[in-house]
Design a protein around this ligand. Structure first.
Ligand code: NAD
Length: 448
């Protein structure tokens, strides 16, 4: 076992992510830090300096939990799994962030995702800090009963960090409303009464909110609609390519289709499909329900993920994982707008290249914030035991996302006067968010 791992990666012998997973996790964490440093530098340059100690505080996670736990498999054997829950910052409220089930989950990846959650919640100005969780597992390889046992045990292991007023998980890659239901039930069994507000993204029947399943993808398209307006591209003429066809990608595609745009290409982990005339998304979603992949969809030709990222389209939506657009493939990107449905899909090096090329980047913490906004609404409804209509949810969400979009544009314009590269909306968005968290920290004071 040990021979598989390079010596320079000093991982505990008890849990053993692949060297590739370790590399990807570190890459995401370094990207998050590089973005932070750039934004902190711009704050300083624009007359909003942060004290050194405050910068250190904001760069570091508040607490990190690693859990190694056993799960009984259907054949009677016992398998060990490793999971994580990281709270990056809790100054503005309870920590919020999804739970990921993926074989490549590492502490560093979860830490990066938790930090991005802090900035995302601050950017859209909802009263949350940032967190993230994950288990290194391929959920597709478990039976439904194994998945339930794993989820209940993981939820038990991290329950010392979870609380409706302290830390509220949600779905992410590889998890879904059923898994959130098991987490809610496990936590409720431990505390002796039903606690819907401890997790969001639940099924409607147990305190979920209307519109949550669609929220992230729908929110992506709400923001894309504003970006298209800015570029004077009518929605009906817009062409869109989407990498990843899970929760975020499929509902971004469906919303785009319903808005009248042409989704010409989509992909998943198995590869992509392309039809320049536009794909019939409701039929494609039915195909995916049956075949568990977009591949093989009639009236479309196969393409690779790399080809999809290089398509000449108006909007490219990466909605899969981190580090997809890198220094190697960024020069090939031909899209006018890059709308980051995924968290951290663009490396800092790729960012520089795309900004130089004039690609309009809608950064992740803005672009995919619809998910956490709807989660916030779910939590508020659960706490009040009073539920809203879908219309209320969507219109409130649109108001929040649109406000954040124009605040980012205004910040970019302001920071340009102090040396920000025109078009660096990521740094503008992070600067806004970091400033809000910094102010909240100073107002609260440093305990004791
Ligand atoms: P998901 O598990 O529902 O779907 C992931 C999709 O990506 C699947 O179609 C999978 O096949 C595909 N994929 C995986 N690896 C790939 C690869 N190497 N190349 C191409 N496709 C690949 O996950 P999701 O919830 O849709 O999350 C996707 C992204 O959006 C993640 O970055 C996640 O953190 C982010 N996000 C999710 C939410 C949410 O509410 N679910 C909210 C905000 C951000």
């Amino acid at each position: 076992m040990a021979a598989e791992h390079p010596m320079e990666v000093s991982y505990s012998a008890f849990y053993s992510p692949s060297p590739e997973a370790v590399r990807k996790g570190l890459q995401a964490w370094h990207a998050a830090l590089a973005q932070f440093d750039k934004a902190a530098h711009m704050l300083e340059a624009s007359g909003h300096p942060l004290k050194k100690g405050l910068i250190e505080f904001l760069r570091r996670p508040k607490r990190e939990l690693i859990v190694n736990f056993p799960v009984q498999m259907d054949d009677g054997s016992i398998r060990m799994f490793t999971g994580y829950r990281v709270h990056h910052n809790a100054v503005r409220g309870p920590t919020k962030g999804g739970i990921r089930y993926h074989p490549d989950v590492t502490l560093e990846e979860v830490r990066a995702l938790a930090m991005w959650m802090t900035w995302k919640c601050a950017l859209v100005n909802i009263p949350y800090g940032g967190a993230k969780g994950g288990v290194a597992v391929d959920p597709a390889k478990l039976s439904p009963r194994e998945l339930e046992r794993l989820t209940r045990r993981y939820a038990t292991e991290i329950s010392l960090l979870m609380h409706p007023g302290g830390d509220v998980p949600a779905p992410d890659v590889g998890t879904n409303p059923q898994i959130m239901a098991w987490i809610m039930d496990t936590y409720s069994m431990h505390t002796g009464f039903t606690q819907p507000a401890v997790v969001t993204g639940k099924p409607l029947e147990i305190g979920g909110t209307l519109g949550r399943v669609e929220a992230t993808g729908r929110g992506v398209m709400m923001v894309v609609a504003e970006a298209l307006k800015l570029h004077k591209i009518p929605m009906e003429q817009a062409t869109i390519a989407i990498q990843g066809f899970g929760n975020v990608g499929s509902y971004a595609a469906l919303t785009a289709y319903q808005m009248g745009a042409r989704v010409v290409a989509v992909s998943d982990v198995h590869g992509g499909i392309y039809n320049p005339e536009g794909l019939d998304i409701p039929r494609l979603m039915e195909h995916v329900r049956q075949h568990r992949t977009v591949r093989g969809f009639p009236e479309a030709e196969p393409i690779t993920n790399m080809e999809l990222l290089a398509l000449k389209v108006d909007v490219l939506i990466p909605a899969a994982l981190e580090n997809q657009i890198t220094a190697e493939n960024a020069p090939n990107v031909q899209a006018r707008i890059l709308a980051e449905g995924a968290n951290g899909p663009t490396t800092p090096e790729a960012d520089e290249i795309l900004i130089e090329k004039g690609v309009f980047i809608v950064p992740d913490i803005l672009c995919n914030a619809g998910g956490v906004v709807a989660s916030y609404f779910e939590w508020v409804q659960d706490l009040q035991s009073f539920f809203w209509t879908e219309e209320e949810i969507n219109s409130r969400m649109e108001r929040i996302l649109r406000r954040a979009f124009y605040e980012v544009l205004a910040k970019e314009e302001e920071l340009r006067r102090y040396g920000l590269k025109p078009g660096d909306y990521r740094t503008a968005a992070q600067a806004l968010a970091i400033w809000r968290v910094a102010q909240a920290t100073l107002i609260r004071g440093i305990y004791p």
